[in-house]
Design a protein around this ligand. Sequence first.
Ligand SMILES: [Zn+2]
Length: 285
Amino acid sequence: MISKKVLLGASLLTLFLTNGCVKLNCPLPGQLKTSVTQETLTSASDSYDIKQNNMSMGGLCASRVTFYEQGKKWNLILVRNTKQPNGPFWYLPHDNENTAYEAAVYAAKKYGGGFLALEANGKRYALGKDPNRNFKAGSAYTKNIFKIIDTFKPKSLPYLALHNNKNGHSRYGGEGTVSMKVSSAHTKSYPAGRIHSGGLHDEDNLVYLAERSLDRKKIQALTAKGVNVKFEVVSSKSNDNSMSNYIALHKNGSGYVNIEAQNGDIGTQKKMIDKVMKLIYQGDL
Ligand SMILES: [Zn+2]
């Protein structure tokens, strides 16, 4: 009779062989070496997110990159699909959004490319700032983040981001600050159907677009696939120094797509990645 221990060992081995572990410390392309520093990751446990996702990161290589802004050090994890380097490239500015990290691993393995994730000890803020409100024109932060992203992002693809939010909206007794049920002066909701709890139609699961003027074609392409959209019309007057605003104001025509899901809802975030990638490759986003 085969013991439970042997069975467990065999299934762990199968899991390892199918998925494998992450590779660490792949060398940076030469053009990045003048702007950012690569710091050695001593093991997967050196980064909470890599440790958490290690078993599903086979085929990916993770490196820590750092740079200084006004004497303060920013730390980021750069993850690349070394077998399929040409593909979408994602930015994850919020270290407390763990489902987004899991979704980025899924995307990098399935579609190639990679992602850049900011490290902030598992918190939203780093160095006293929201990393997604720090895209001021000409700052070291903005220059270095875009230098890294533009090194890996294919020119034909839009800038991509992954975020998570909390359940509901604080205005209606929920915990979050982003919801399909709430619009503001410059950001309007375009639901794909009736909003109800869970899955694509949940108020917290949505694709966030931001441009200088409303793009009804893109909204329509997403809602036709059952994906909720929030669209922000960006102007220099309402600039909030977020990545989306910076791209709309300074990288006109590149496009920005942020896939945002409720924290924990990995199934829906993956589904949205698949739908978005299909629309991008069809030329609809
Ligand atoms: Zn976020």
